[in-house]
Design a protein around this ligand. Structure first.
Ligand code: ADP
Ligand code: MG
Length: 262
């Protein structure tokens, strides 16, 4: 291996599986996410509307956490703040030890590109690119692999979400559930340290949803990827390690489903 390849291998976040925290006590595990006093206000006319209020919690590395709550309770807003896509009115978020609040937009984007996968509730696929190209884009932007490898990895992931025969379709030629699976493959493609997913099984039938849940569990167990997902599906929430319930922008319940590190 030449010096350049060695340097790339040593610094690449995709070089090896992330080792999940081997110690099962929260206090001993590295904290992947730290949210402190998160408050988000919007202006509704001239009146401030508080959609998240003083939300505080930690997520250790390697955890699999679900966020549940009624429509309008602030789940999507919270996910956006945790992933550094949006900024809080008050409070702080640290991701893997880095406080988003001290970073400008460019550095936040860089940190997201290196560590974060995000599945939007509305998919946010690029309409002028095929499924394959949509999945390839983040890999090419990260610049860690050449175009051929990027295409091969993207094709493999699309196969794993059941879209091996749709790789050349454009988003508008795909059903909602198929677009959702492209969005999932795109979020996985950079082997993120943390994956945020907003209702990732919301548009899928039972069998397809099950396949996606298994993929998420595999990513969590085998790659040590921390996962934070929003769901309406109580049976999916029960399969995660911990469930945080929001109501009117406040955490009203935070339960562990097993002796997990979450
Ligand atoms: P959930 O995902 O739980 O359904 P959201 O986080 O999308 O809830 O929204 C929480 C509340 O914040 C809703 O009442 C919504 O109307 C409001 N909201 C979300 N985004 C904005 C915005 N950009 N401007 C004003 N209000 C917003
Ligand atoms: Mg939402």
């Amino acid at each position: 291996m030449d010096a350049r390849s060695a340097l790339q291998a040593a610094t690449s976040t995709t070089a090896a599986p992330h080792s999940p925290c081997p110690i099962r006590r929260t206090s001993d595990c590295q904290r992947m996410l730290v949210a402190r006093g998160l408050t988000k206000e919007y202006l509704s006319g001239s009146q401030p509307l508080t959609v998240l209020r003083d939300v505080t919690f930690d997520v250790p590395a390697g955890a699999f956490v679900s966020i549940v709550g009624p429509s309008g309770s602030g789940k999507t807003t919270l996910l956006g703040l945790l992933a550094g896509l949006d900024t809080p009115s008050r409070g702080t978020v640290s991701l893997d030890g880095v406080d988003f609040g001290v970073l400008d937009e460019d550095r936040r984007a860089k940190l997201r590109g290196e560590k974060v996968g995000f599945v939007f509730q509305s998919f946010q696929l690029i309409p002028t690119l095929t499924a394959l190209e949509n999945v390839q884009v983040p890999l090419e932007l990260a610049g860690r692999v050449n175009v051929r490898e990027a295409a091969s990895r993207a094709r493999d992931l699309l196969g794993r979400v059941g879209l091996g025969d749709r790789v050349h379709h454009f988003p508008q030629q795909l059903s909602g559930g198929e677009q959702q699976r492209v969005a999932l493959a795109r979020a996985f493609v950079n082997d993120p340290r943390i994956l945020f997913a907003d209702e990732p099984t919301g548009n899928l039938d039972g069998a397809t949803g099950e396949r996606i849940v298994e993929l998420l569990q595999e990513l969590n167990r085998e790659r040590g990827c921390t996962i934070v997902l929003v769901t309406h599906d109580a049976s999916l929430a029960a399969r995660t390690q911990r469930t945080i319930r929001l109501r009117d922008g406040v955490i009203v319940e935070d339960i562990r489903h097993d002796q997990s590190p979450a």
